[in-house]
Ligand binder design. Structure first.
Ligand SMILES: Cc1cc2nc3c(=O)[nH]c(=O)nc-3n(C[C@H](O)[C@H](O)[C@H](O)COP(=O)(O)O)c2cc1C
Length: 245
């Protein structure tokens, strides 16, 4: 109760737009306070949050801001999302909240592109009939079971080309999709890069004009499977060269 009051007063007072996700964090912090840390995920962050609550009570606004920053930023840390993102191939029926979808799309919109030409477009598919048609391009049952499918397209003619003719629309589109994938992870949502689809059928299903290319798609939704952190990767010593090959 105390935490809730602190939180809502803190929010009004500081004008911080903290989402439900962060409210949950505060509940976790309070639970930690009560010695329930064994059941609390993100215990490391929770302890910071707990300190933030106490700091608010004892020391006031300045300290709260510092600790809030430590807490919120670390929970939504990009590296955390990189480590916990996995390809999710099973989804719950639960719909994706519009606010979360907007945040995810915003992450794609803000992504960089070569020379800032911004050749990418995104199609958000929710309509079951459209999903059904899209399944002709990629027929895995779990793919269309996700409540949302995001399709990333790019216009090669509007994208930057290097002087040797190398095209970069794929790079631009890939960056946009990966930004959305990481944003989705931070929102607690599952995704899975899909490229093994029939591009022509996808274009027909979605009425995509001939001049556009479809790079990739991802289902988006609450996962019905739990996977651990990313592990099966080559070690840094094998993939990183320093100063020369
Ligand atoms: C460019 C790209 C294309 C992919 N295409 C597919 C696909 O068509 N179908 C699929 O099930 N997974 C696809 N994946 C997912 C990979 O299989 C997966 O990322 C990889 O096995 C590592 O597993 P993780 O994502 O859980 O870490 C693709 C991933 C990437 C990066």
């Amino acid at each position: 109760m105390v935490v809730f009051v602190c939180f809502w007063f803190g929010r009004l007072w500081l004008g911080l737009d903290l989402t439900c996700y962060r409210v949950l964090l505060f509940i976790k912090c309070f639970a930690l306070c009560l010695g329930l840390s064994a059941w609390v995920p993100f215990a490391k962050n929770a302890s910071k949050g707990c300190t933030a609550c106490l700091a608010w009570l004892v020391l006031g606004k300045g300290y709260l801001l510092i600790f809030l920053k430590l807490t919120v930023v670390s929970v939504l840390d990009v590296f955390e999302a990189v480590k916990t993102r996995r390809s999710i191939r099973s989804y719950q029926d639960k719909p994706v909240e519009e606010e979360k979808l907007q945040n995810i799309l915003e992450a794609g919109r803000l992504s960089p592109s070569a020379v800032n030409f911004q050749p990418c477009s995104v199609i958000v598919v929710k309509d079951p009939l459209v999903k059904e048609r899209l399944s002709e391009a990629y027929s895995k049952a779990w793919f269309v079971k996700a409540p949302v499918i995001i399709v990333v397209c790019a216009a090669p003619d509007k994208a930057w080309r290097r002087s040797d003719g190398e095209e970069f629309w794929k790079v631009d589109a890939a960056i946009a999709l990966q930004s959305m994938v990481l944003a989705a992870t931070a929102e607690g949502l599952g995704t899975c890069w899909i490229c093994a689809f029939d591009e022509q059928k996808a274009k027909e299903a979605l009425g995509i004009p001939a001049f556009m290319r479809v790079l990739a798609m991802t289902p988006l939704g609450y996962g019905a499977e739990v996977k651990g952190q990313v592990t099966e990767r080559k070690p840094l010593t094998e993939v990183v060269h320093r100063d020369r090959w």
